[in-house]
Design a binder for this molecule. Sequence first.
Ligand SMILES: [Zn+2]
Length: 298
Amino acid sequence: MSFSAQVKEELCRIDAPRCCQLAECMGIALYCNTCSGSELRIITESVSFAQRLPELFKHTFNLSFDQLPDLSIPGKRSLIIQDPKKLRIIYDGFGFDLDRSVSLHLNRGLLEDDHCRAAFLRGVFLAGGSVTDPDKRYHLELVTSHRSVSREVYALLLDMDFSPKQTSRNGSSVLYFKQSNGIEDLLTTMGAPISAMHIMEAKVEKDLRNTVNRRVNCETANLTKVVDAAQEQVAAIEQLMRSQVWDTLPDKLRATAKLRCDNPEATLQELADLCQPPVTKSAINHRLRKLMGLAETV
Ligand SMILES: [Zn+2]
């Protein structure tokens, strides 16, 4: 199941009071596929939403859908009302004027209380929203074909201290969120705290993975530096061995040179420990520098 579907399932478990049911229905109508004087058509892939709708409209308007989908068939499900009497009841409930080609707008009178605003957003998301799996990226969007409605929902979200972004795509108006905490807050407000928690967890995990990766990269870089330095030393020592200087070197220097050639991947500390008798790391460092300096002269 996609993350979007999980969120919708969680939202559909909510039992809302009557005032909130009307607000939720208005959100659904403004963000569903068709909301006109002749038809209300809601198309969804979410089984839980398709199951919630008949009950919600029954409780709110005491009416049923004219066409219901067969829930056992996967894919997109259509729920349709075309009966003019039913449409009039619904649009009257929202305060929409049916006589002048249905003027769709946000009836703020239905959204005075916080619980009703939350329910409205839930309806908006159920009908026209989607959210990307937080393991991939953070993106939540609300899509409607009514531009003025999108602007009104944008203003509502600002009033509620959210900061959505606006864009348009294929003639539809899109409000979207890209910040994980904005998405968490919106999901919590709509009534999906478990999904919000999932985003928080995904973020913690992602941050942790980034920290570990950064550290590994850093360690790899250090290791590469050690190996590069050792290779330079070995090359210098081989040059010395081929020269006349080699025989004139003190025993300590020659022993260190051989030790380095035999252990090209050892760190300075490891080389120091391999010496007979063991010496300090700085002593080894000093000898290797001396060898490098001598190699430059031959
Ligand atoms: Zn309410």
